[in-house]
Design a protein around this ligand. Structure first.
Ligand code: B1M
Length: 212
């Protein structure tokens, strides 16, 4: 049985039980979790996006595909995350105000936990004030902002402005990411870093906090 093909097809069809079953079987066969993620799950979501752009899929199809992807990701999670390590730093992660996409953000959280950071997941639709309070009240060393919509990217700028207004900008590193976000945009709004994927986000945080 081609597990990757089954997972790819299962996400496309929003078939959650098929995705769970094939993910479990793939892991049991010794397949690397990174291979399942990068060669089946992420390409499937890209294909879902393409079908949506071409008006072959609509929002309900996006939702059930995302639900199937999340179920598979949940099974990969324990394999991607190392446990029992002293946290190297505290990262508060959220999808910005107005934006409900959380699969990429969750993946960034998994990679950061796997790299030994404590992750405070603020969820989706997170306001600049909530990010500010994660620094002021929860002592985040880094905040990570995710945006999947061009229309919600300006909330990244507003969050940086809110940190400045609260006189907290110097105490925290700000990283940003998400499909429409670029290094150029990060430079423009004065973020400390940008990364194009979850693994790179973990490397970036290590670099910014100067830890191995
Ligand atoms: Co939406 N959606 N969606 N959607 N959706 C996109 C993003 C879109 C590109 C589809 C398209 O038109 N091709 C388009 C945005 C267009 C634009 O603005 N440029 C779009 C749209 C238009 C919409 C709605 C407006 C549709 C509507 O209602 N008419 C609506 C908006 C709702 C809202 O947020 N207010 C909407 C809704 C939804 C669903 C709720 C149905 C669902 C989300 C479910 C969920 O997340 N729980 C959904 C989905 C599933 C998608 C697509 C198909 C897949 C997104 C995804 O999960 N990708 C997406 C098309 C696409 O991206 N191909 C699309 C997989 C994920 C692993 O990748 O999130 O890019 P990604 O994360 C990557 C990197 O970007 C990076 O690392 C991750 C992987 O390593 N990364 C970071 C992400 N965050 C990071 C943060 C970092 C660092 C790296 O540091 C902090």
């Amino acid at each position: 049985m081609d597990y990757k093909e089954t997972i790819f097809k299962g996400i496309l069809e929003g078939d959650m039980p098929a995705v769970e079953e094939a993910t479990q079987a793939a892991l049991a066969s010794g397949m690397e979790p990174g291979e399942i993620l990068n060669q089946a799950m992420i390409p499937a979501m890209d294909e879902v996006g393409r079908l949506f752009e071409e008006n072959e899929y609509y929002v309900p199809e996006l939702l059930i595909a995302a639900r199937a992807m999340k179920a598979g990701l949940g099974l990969l999670r324990p394999h991607l995350v190392a446990t029992g390590i002293e946290p190297k730093g505290r990262v508060a992660l959220g999808t910005v105000k107005g934006d409900l996409h959380d699969i990429g953000k969750n993946l960034v959280g998994i990679m950061l936990e796997g790299a030994g950071f404590e992750v405070i997941d603020l969820g989706v639709d997170v306001s600049p004030e909530q990010f500010v309070s994660a620094v002021a009240d929860q002592g985040a060393d880094v905040i990570g902002l995710s945006a999947l919509l061009t229309t919600t990217m300006p909330s990244m700028q507003r969050t940086i402005d809110a940190l400045k207004e609260a006189s907290l900008r110097d105490q925290v590193k700000v990283i940003i990411g998400g499909a429409p976000v670029t290094q150029r945009y990060a430079d423009e709004i004065g973020a400390d870093g940008y990364s194009r994927d979850a693994a790179a986000a973990a490397r970036l945080v290590k670099q910014l906090l100067n830890v191995d």
